[in-house]
Ligand binder design. Structure first.
Ligand code: PDD
Length: 340
């Protein structure tokens, strides 16, 4: 294993002025300290200085450094998780850690921690971030971002053996969905799903998702609802639910969608509310004619789509407004948070 806590290796660097040796792979660098990590130090003072975790150390986010040869940077060769933390309590952590483990297995990175190790790391970081804000963790809502990349190696597509993964975690404030969006729902646009065919892996290779999301961002919409060969897959960073005659439908859990942690939660909430729930292929025509459309994700929770491609979602007096199933599921979601 290559040790990660120290400099990884030295790269001889020839500059026009002089021959210099720059130590690469340092972790928390200071702008003018011994750990010179960048050729010229940009002004990073706009970045948060909240505590983050990098390869066994906790330090200011603004000062965290990884090598440019990290495969996460070079290839997007890594996986991630986004875990909401309400009042200091990670929500559905067990399920997030299980998905992380599945994603790591899929891309053949050894899991750097067991569930207890992850839980301890997350709790420590959540407390440290609350303290950094001068708050108690129980009084604030945050989310944890975890990322594991394959590690640092000379560039080669094939997976090098024996690399120590780069393990990064940060905590950010969990901003609630704006009240106006809760009341009125959100606008979305649709597009072809041009991403790869392993969407079930929560991969940091997110260019497809970025390009997809930008289609909606360009027109001031909240999400891009994607279709693959005429069937609903998901949105760029959310799952999509279709309500037809009181029944909640979702696309099958296969390699074409990320199985959001809210997949299981929606099934539970529907069961508790006595709502029929089914996972099956859903055609574009069914989506366009739905009574209600919903988004779900760690940060959006459950959110009503009220306009799709410029047309109001739903029928009659409820057209273009969040519907009754949304209201029921949103309420049930809040209860699930309180009970966790
Ligand atoms: N995105 N589908 C995609 C493509 C996603 O990126 C996400 C989450 C989801 C919903 O998954 P979950 O319910 O586990 O949050 C579905 C996260 C929030 C993100 O990338 O920031």
């Amino acid at each position: 294993m290559i040790p990660q806590s120290k400099a990884l290796y030295e790269i001889p660097l020839i500059t026009p002025k002089s021959m210099t040796r720059v130590v690469a792979g340092c972790l928390f660098g200071r702008p003018h300290g011994d750990n010179l990590c960048m050729f010229s130090q940009p002004d990073l003072s706009f970045l948060p200085d909240s505590p983050c975790y990098l390869n066994g150390e906790i330090g200011p986010l603004r000062e965290a450094r990884i090598s440019v040869l990290d495969r996460g940077f070079i290839f997007g060769d890594g996986v991630y998780e986004v875990v909401p933390v309400y009042g200091g309590r990670p929500f559905r952590l067990e399920q997030h850690l299980a998905r992380l483990s599945r994603s790591l297995d899929e891309i053949r990175i050894p899991n750097p921690h067991d569930a207890a190790g992850w839980r301890a790391l997350i709790e420590q970081l959540v407390q440290a971030n609350a303290a950094h804000q001068g708050r108690e963790a129980r009084d604030i809502h945050q989310f944890v971002y975890l990322q594991i990349s394959r590690g640092v190696a000379p560039r080669d597509h094939a997976m090098p053996a024996g690399l120590a993964p780069t393990v990064f975690a940060m905590v950010q404030p969990l901003k609630p969905v704006p009240a106006a969006q809760r009341v009125s729902g959100v606008t979305c646009v649709s597009a072809d799903d041009f991403r790869w065919e392993k969407a079930h892996i929560k991969s940091t290779s997110l260019l497809g998702a970025v390009l997809s999301r930008q289609i909606s961002a360009d027109v001031g919409a909240t999400e891009t609802v994607m279709f693959r060969q005429g069937f609903l897959s998901e949105a760029s960073s959310s799952n999509v639910w279709v309500v037809v005659q009181g029944k909640v439908l979702g696309p099958p859990k296969d390699h074409l969608v990320l199985e959001g942690i809210r997949y299981g939660l929606m099934a539970e909430l529907c069961q508790r509310q006595g709502l029929p729930f089914e996972l099956r292929r859903i055609s574009r025509a069914e989506v366009m004619a739905a009574d209600e459309l919903l988004l779900s994700s760690a940060t959006k929770e459950v959110l009503a789509i009220t306009t799709l491609d410029g047309r109001p979602v739903g029928h009659g007096p409820l057209a273009g407004k969040p519907g009754p199933i949304y209201a029921q599921l949103y309420e049930a979601y809040q209860l699930a948070k309180q009970a966790s």
